[in-house]
Design a protein around this ligand. Sequence first.
Ligand code: IFM
Length: 465
Amino acid sequence: MIKTHACHKPFPQDFIWGVSSGSYQIEGAATEDGKGDSVWDLFCKRESAILSGQTGEVACDHYHRYQEDVNLMREFGVQAYRFSFSWPRVMPEGTGRVNEKGMDFYDRLVDSLLKAGIEPWAMLFHWDYPQELYCRGGWLNRDSADWFADYTRQMVERFSDRIQYWITYDEPSAFIMCGHKTGEHAPGLRLSLPEQLRVNHHVNLAHGKAVQAIRAVAKKKPIVGLSSYMDAHYPLTDSAEDKTAAQAMNFTVMSREGRSVGWWLDPVMLGQYPEDGLQIFGSDMPQILSGDMATMAQPLDFIGINYYSARAVRSGEHGPEVVAELPGYAMTTQYDWAIAPHGLYTILRQCYERYKRPLVITENGHQNNDHVMLDGKVHDPQRIDYLRRHLLAAQRAMDDGVDLRGYFPWTFTDNFEWAFGYRTRVGMVHTDYQTQKRTPKDSAYWYRKVIQTNGAHLLVDDYGV
Ligand code: IFM
């Protein structure tokens, strides 16, 4: 039995219990109602790009079934929903012309969320980049920052009478490194280091310009943040040396191949690229024009932490050492990601100390191979345990003074998990992709109790029926 820290302070009364999703992963309707292509629509057609040649063409058919999904969220007590707009659905060419039918879909979704008492948290970009803009150079083109800001302005003008929470993008580390370095994700590029860094710079600028646009045109006072993936490390022991080593791994660029949490966040939070990264990348860095750093570092209301896993680090003879190999018996998810709640605790503390902004966990979830069992239910005790351990770790960070405002597990319905297709299931609601039947898993019932008790249920050993 794990130590549940019964002495935890309760979650604050206004703590937000949400769920999160991404447009391409659930919507489907890839060619419907005037939607333009995204880079993912084309990437999925490449041979061997996606496991079993699957695509997001239909996904969870959320475009048509959003009302059923919202009803389920309400039934399970969800208070807030982080979803993303599909940029090519609302602006098929990425700039200029607006597709009214696409906008209408989000009108319906937002209205239905509000009617259900669920606060919409709108993300502007979750990787489904308009193909037309990719053909104009995509993120390699410095104009991409203005394209993103223009699109943002359109969305904020249209929806900010009802939406207050805005998130610019999801995990630049993922869409830059997997999409533009290793080629495992759309648009499938393997760029040189200088090009990767140029893409990175433009994405940072795009974020800053989008925040300016949100603040300039929002009707309701906006609450603005971003969602960043935590490639996190935690100290192997409680020794001061190991703690320093973990801190160094999290915030130092160690090689030309790697990055760090600090590399992604410092420019947009502190207005500077970390010195260690600048040293390592040297003349491969793009030209930084006067004003760029100030543009990207717009004050934010919160940082969204996307956390899944972490590696242990110890202090070694020549500096921090990652404890590389997981013993065969270590706890892992189906992606073979180590289950490491202490990593969440560590990164929440370190990010809060470094950036001094409120934090929200905007993703955290467990990949598994769940199925509907003979009793007609989906029993997923591993997921419950994963979520429970991470929430307890988050609560511990709050006890230590971290200003954590909310928790949005990834994800509500099982969905299209990018290169893994539909094989891996991360939702609290099972999706039958043949019939589109939704079956809430035990974890959904468990999460409802957590929400209803504002976290007190975390202290109960309840792994479902
Ligand atoms: O599915 C992704 C999501 O789109 C971004 N964060 C990680 C998830 C992995 O399950």
